[in-house]
Design a protein around this ligand. Sequence first.
Ligand code: MLT
Length: 273
Amino acid sequence: MKTATINGIELAYRDQGVGEAILFIHAFPLHGAMWDGQVAAFSPHHRVIAPDLRGLGASEAGGGAGSLDQHADDLAALLDHLAIEHATVAGLSMGGYISLALWRRHRQRIAALILADTRAGADSVEGKQGREQNAKLAETQGPGAIADLMLPKLLSPNAPAALRDQVRAMIESNDRAGIASALRAMAARPDSTPLLAAIDVPTLVLVGAEDALTPPSEAEAMFNAIPGCRLAEIPGAGHLSNLESPAAFNAQVLEFLTPRQMFGIGGGGGGKW
Ligand code: MLT
């Protein structure tokens, strides 16, 4: 793992391989290790960057209230630090919310977008209240209580016990304050739906068919709103589709990244498959 001083904090990140860059942005309440399978799969042909977002994993929190815009600014500054002008930005769930914040604030850095198991809309009033309750739960009872709450929603009922243990270990390695801060940052995020119609880079929307948190209907709504977008559903996978079905997830990403697929030769160029 590497670290760099980014916007006043030490940010930890994986940086492996050479070639066109892919920036993988992790979900809540995990950290960049959730992308280990993608780092291994894509680094033979790409430069793969997978940071721990500030306050999570091995990255410092810094002071003040966190925001998804702050994460987006950190990631743009990390790309500066790494001398990467453009990257394919792939975000899963909270990582997708941050990808849309990057689009809003640093659009010129994004060569292509992969929005996995995420949604464009903001939280409802009840959703925001639930986030605040969970932030207090994290602060008072620690990450184990958040793992108990989240695990049934993050993975499908059929997920193997070993994967459940792996995800629990990732959650429990996070700091309670970082988890609380991420919850409050998600609650404060704006509605990104109005951005979608103007997205003009190749975009892939991916979703686990069994995703209970951001179900396929959310993916379809983004697919319908983003011009020329592609949609892929991963059979049998829950919310953390890259962890539950890595082979299918990677195959969809690889197909999307292959230029002849992106530009319409051999069946590409938009549409659902
Ligand atoms: C995530 O997987 O990043 C979160 O569950 C998303 C959310 O809570 O909205």
